[in-house]
Ligand binder design. Structure first.
Ligand SMILES: NC(=O)c1ccc[n+]([C@@H]2O[C@H](COP(=O)([O-])OP(=O)(O)OC[C@H]3O[C@@H](n4cnc5c(N)ncnc54)[C@H](OP(=O)(O)O)[C@@H]3O)[C@@H](O)[C@H]2O)c1
Length: 326
């Protein structure tokens, strides 16, 4: 089968052996997959000595075969892949053994994938294959960040810098669905327009003077995954006693923090990553209940996966980048 792999320092299309379902496993014939910023960093993390690994965390497709001992999943079922491996029940942090699909295990940028039957969930019927293929990782991360960790309420205001990010587009929709007020920033005028169309109440240029622009707003919650470029500026607009949730650092991991300003502000800084299967199921239910559709910015073929990587690296997208496999 055809797959997009990282092998000895190079990313390329490669013919790989078709996977076979072992005990408790299923083979999924993939229709679509989704890119995440994580995929861009894996080649560096693997270096030039490692042999072929199929990249990709997100995907959706039909069940092709099932191994012995699999119950409740049958050939032909339409499924979405849960990339948060071995994290079933809600908990403050992932359990021992948790990993993200796509390293070290083979990922979704291939015609087929084998994985534990516990890692597939029914595909929401209202989603196209491309939409289902880009949903899980970003939407799960955003769902936990906003609801479980951020504890957003309907009468609260959330501030999200970097509106064009895949996760941010889900955050905007989730928060608007429950009636919260959403304020976002973006460096791009076009993305600010799209964020407004998606439902954001206030959109600001990332380069603008946020405290001045938001002088009449009370921000209860900040969700910042941009990192160094925005973290301290985000704290400046958060109300005293407010919460700031972090799950990414696109610009840089290290930030300087003025501890005195932090404790006088009585802020709460909360870290999160991905989510449990329970949270994934709650997210899928939310997506169905609100007839929500992921924002798919662009679709590339599996043959042109390299083009999709190059495009994501440019950060010009608003929402998600999909790979169409079938
Ligand atoms: N821990 C987890 O489980 C987890 C899961 C998913 C994602 N993440 C992390 O969360 C972050 C967001 O992920 P994503 O896939 O949604 O990212 P993405 O689609 O690549 O978007 C990143 C966004 O950051 C903003 N940005 C980039 N450089 C900036 C700069 N210099 N100044 C201000 N804003 C800047 C841009 O927004 P504008 O173009 O609108 O300005 C850009 O669209 C990434 O760091 C990712 O690795 C972590």
């Amino acid at each position: 089968m055809k797959a997009f792999v990282h092998e000895y320092g190079e990313m390329k299309l490669k013919e790989m052996k078709e996977p076979i379902a072992g005990e408790g496993e299923v083979v999924v014939s993939l229709h679509a997959a989704g890119l995440n910023r994580r995929d861009l960093g894996l080649p560096n993390r693997r270096g030039s000595e490692a042999d072929a690994l199929i990249l990709g965390s997100d995907g959706a497709g039909t069940i092709d075969s099932v191994g012995v001992g699999v119950n409740g999943v049958t050939v032909g079922d339409e499924v979405i892949i849960n990339p948060a491996l071995r994290w079933q029940d809600n908990s403050d942090a992932p359990p021992q053994g948790f990993d993200i699909l796509g390293m070290p295990d083979n990922g979704t940028f291939a015609e087929k994938i084998v994985l534990s039957a516990e890692q597939v969930e029914p595909k929401p019927a209202h989603l196209s294959w491309d939409e289902a293929g880009v949903l899980a990782l970003s939407a799960l991360t955003g769902f936990r960040a906003l609801f479980t960790k951020g504890e957003i309420k309907a009468d609260e205001t959330v501030f999200i810098p970097g509106a064009g990010s895949g996760v941010a587009t889900y955050l905007i929709s989730f928060a608007k669905n429950i009636g919260a007020k959403v304020i976002v920033t973006s460096r791009s005028e076009d993305k600010r327009k799209q964020a407004k169309e998606l439902g954001a109440d206030i959109v600001l240029d990332t380069a603008s003077d946020w405290p001045k622009e938001l002088v009449n707003e009370t921000i209860d919650l900040v969700i910042d995954s941009v990192g160094r470029a925005t973290f301290n500026r985000s704290l400046e607009v958060l109300k005293k006693g407010g919460r700031i949730v972090v799950f990414g650092a696109t610009t840089e991991d290290n930030v300087e923090l003025n501890l005195r300003a932090f404790f006088y502000g009585q802020y709460r800084l909360i870290g999160t990553t991905m989510g449990s299967r329970q949270e994934l199921r709650a997210m899928l239910e939310h997506v169905e209940n609100y007839n929500m559709h992921p924002v798919v910015d662009s679709i590339f073929s599996l043959d042109n996966a390299q083009g999709a990587f190059d495009y994501l690296r440019e950060a010009n997208q608003f929402g998600k980048v999909a790979l169409r496999i079938k």
